[in-house]
Design a protein around this ligand. Structure first.
Ligand code: GAL
Length: 691
């Protein structure tokens, strides 16, 4: 069977279920209660390796045979997980080499999850064997509709330092560089006398003094981890494809660090899956994030930030699956993470996933587990197993999806996209200059797009992409692409030539693929496009007043960092720095190429500058002829067969007023609507534009 782009034939609601956690006597009533709430698919098995292989090489399938047969009888579909995220105790004990190690080389104990490494030959062999056995036995079962590989690849940790990884890293580098001379050049090892004279001397970047890592080595390390994870996923996908039924899909769940998820989806998966937990916005993580980025509650995105994550998923796979959707409070016994969803939020978040591209939403989990690390991670039902308001809301969500079925398979429409690529994501992590700029900037761009009601995609720039793939976007923002390649610069140039507007920020195009800075003025390979040369660049001096620009009389800070731009003859200067020793130097420029233009902004993307850029590029007012909305309501437009659908989501606990300037059909109530309307707290409206 070949890789397919899987599409759900109709909206489907699922739930994560762990038959091994419960008395078998509960299975039937559980399935009946799910079905009466509109849940028609369960995801199982992703942590149940020992049930099928209690001893090495001894396979027992009866337990899950009984469960799957019951599912078949009830007409419940099953997504079967491969159990490689939690290897059995017998495996870790007999083959300790399968364990991952921290960056001091200390192996993790068996327990928790994902304590294995991807490169141990023994682990790979044992995984091949269990995945083959499961696929052979359950692959043709009529209840099964799809397979999930592992669970949240690279969650828990995306760092690998086992001896198996050390050996695999050297092989990876030998393939990549062929000779030590080439590796020494790419890593600039002549600096601080790091020159390698034997492959065996090379190790993963681990415990070094004073954070003095070699940046080029670390860049390759992140690429290596990504490669390892992708090969592990590919290995499982290849086995599954040999046994599963035509039409069944292969997926995995989540976007985690140190993986080129776009590439992993392209090579191994039929549909990409994501786990959506919007209440992380209010848990401890949120506070850490706020401290790190200065972006959070005050700006008001909160749980709406998950729209950004879902848009990143859409960049990987436009029609995706939510394999875990938050249905209860989230806490481990060792970490308090997120509060209980308020009435209305289960529906709101489910519809947030639908608005952004999910045609399948599976809630986590059916019932709260009464034991183990996650005994405070609440599912739909509580320990007491009583019908509750959360199950009622899941039922309402399933009924809502039936009413809006024509939207299933529709496409999200966005005039704006934030461009990203794996090399620059890795570089932003290695290089603290970018660590400080990149991620908050992406969030700022997405935030401003949300507040201005400008639907925003992400796109992964890959060397294999065609410029025409970018045509749907009126504007692309590539915030700080430090690393630039000839192929990428070519695609961007063609995009502009064909009429697009590309916006670049400071610190663009000054590094090569190895993360070195060639002896050229920035933005290097992008200079022809920007029509600028960066004369000097640096952080805002802490002892000096903030540099700013004036745009239409408005004072806008050039925050954190400033590139001093030197415009070419045909480059228009839109604003110059003021209030700094470099007052008068160009800060914001526009340069035309073909039918389009490139705007070069010498600083970072704060909300005020973004607002102006949106005005300047015609993004503002995107929906003005159709609808007027307060900032706190999100709008998503989806289209199918010439039909235009609008989903409105009110994230606030207060009612909001909207005004419709076109006649719409309320798809849930079946009524025609126009003019002023109130959206209640956490309410969702789904409308179709009447012709
Ligand atoms: C997810 C994971 C689930 C469960 C859930 C709640 O990240 O895939 O297995 O752990 O979080 O913690």
């Amino acid at each position: 069977m070949k890789k397919q782009n899987y599409m759900w034939p109709s909206y489907t609601v699922g739930v994560c279920y762990y038959p091994e956690h419960w008395d078998e006597a509960l299975w039937e009533s559980d399935l009946d209660r799910m079905l009466s709430a509109g849940i028609t698919a369960v995801r199982v098995f992703e942590f149940a390796w020992s049930i099928a292989e209690p001893e090495e090489g001894v396979f027992q399938f009866e337990f899950f045979d009984r469960f799957l047969d019951l599912c078949l009888k009830k007409n419940m579909k099953v997504i079967f997980g491969t159990p490689t995220a939690t290897p059995p105790a017998w495996l870790s004990a007999k083959y300790p080499e399968v364990l991952n190690a921290d960056n001091n080389g200390i192996p993790y104990e068996h327990g928790a999850r994902r304590h294995y490494n991807y490169n141990s030959p023994v682990y790979k062999e044992k995984c091949r064997r269990i995945v083959t056995a499961l696929a052979e036995h359950f692959g043709k079962h009529p209840a099964v509709c799809g397979w999930q590989i592992d669970n949240e690849i690279n969650c828990e940790t995306d760092d690998f330092h086992s001896e198996a990884d050390q050996a695999a890293f050297r092989i990876y580098l030998q393939k990549k560089y062929q000779s030590l001379a080439e590796l020494n050049r790419a890593w600039g090892t002549v600096f601080w006398n790091q020159t390698y004279t034997d492959w065996e001397q090379i190790r993963l970047p681990g415990h070094v003094l004073n954070r003095g890592w070699n940046p080029h080595q670390r860049l390759d390390y992140i690429r290596f981890v990504s490669d390892s994870a992708r090969s592990f996923c590919f290995m499982q996908a290849e086995i599954l494809r040999r046994f599963i039924k035509p039409g069944d899909f292969i997926t995995t769940n989540g976007i985690f660090g140190h993986i080129d998820n776009y590439a992993m989806n392209e090579e191994s998966l039929d549909i990409f899956g994501y786990d959506s937990y919007p209440n992380f916005a209010f848990g401890l993580n949120h506070r850490d994030h706020l401290q790190k980025t200065g972006f959070g509650l005050e700006e008001g995105l909160n749980d709406r930030r998950w729209s950004m994550h879902l848009s990143e998923v859409r960049a990987i796979c436009p029609h995706f699956a939510i394999l875990e959707q938050q249905a209860g409070a989230g806490s481990w016994i060792s970490r308090m993470e997120g509060p209980m969803p308020i009435p209305g939020q289960i529906m709101l978040w489910g519809m947030q996933s639908i608005a952004h591209g999910a045609d399948f939403v599976s809630f986590f989990r059916w019932r709260t587990c009464p034991f183990g690390t996650e005994m405070y991670w609440h599912g739909i039902l509580d320990y007491d197993n009583q019908y509750n308001r959360r199950l009622a809301e899941v039922g309402d969500f399933a009924s809502m999806l039936k009413k809006i079925e024509p939207l299933c398979g529709s496409d999200y429409q966005a005039p704006l996209a934030i461009v990203k690529d794996f090399d620059n994501m890795a570089d932003a992590e290695v290089d603290v200059w970018h660590g400080r700029l990149d991620y908050p900037d992406e969030e700022n761009i997405y935030c401003q797009a949300q507040l201005s009601h400008v639907p925003c995609d992400f796109v992964y720039l890959s060397d294999t992409m065609e410029a025409a793939d970018l045509d749907p976007y009126k504007v692309l923002i590539y915030p700080h692409p430090a690393i630039m390649t000839g192929e990428k610069a070519k695609i961007l140039t063609q995009y502009v030539e064909r009429g697009g507007t590309l916006i670049l920020g400071c610190r663009s195009g000054y590094k090569d693929e190895n993360g070195q800075c060639p002896m050229k003025s920035a933005p290097g390979l992008l200079s022809d496009l920007t029509g600028t040369r960066v004369k000097e660049s640096g952080f805002q001096h802490p002892a000096m007043p903030d540099a700013f620009i004036l745009l239409d009389g408005l004072k806008i800070e050039a925050s954190v960092f400033q590139d001093h731009l030197e415009p070419g003859q045909e480059t228009e200067v839109l604003a110059r720095y003021q209030g700094a020793w470099f007052t008068g130097t160009a800060a914001l420029t526009r340069h035309r190429t073909g039918k389009g233009s490139c705007i070069h902004w010498g600083s970072t993307f704060t909300l005020p500058v973004l607002k102006k850029l949106f005005d300047m590029t015609g993004l503002s007012g995107h929906f003005d002829d159709i609808i007027s909305l307060p900032e706190s309501v999100e709008i998503a437009e989806r289209t199918k067969d010439g039909r235009r659908f609008f989903i409105l989501l009110n994230y606030m606990p207060e009612a909001q007023e909207i005004v419709l300037h076109r006649h719409m059909k309320d798809m849930v109530r079946g009524t025609s609507v126009f003019g002023k309307r109130i959206i209640h707290p956490f309410q969702v409206l789904v409308m179709e534009k009447e012709s």
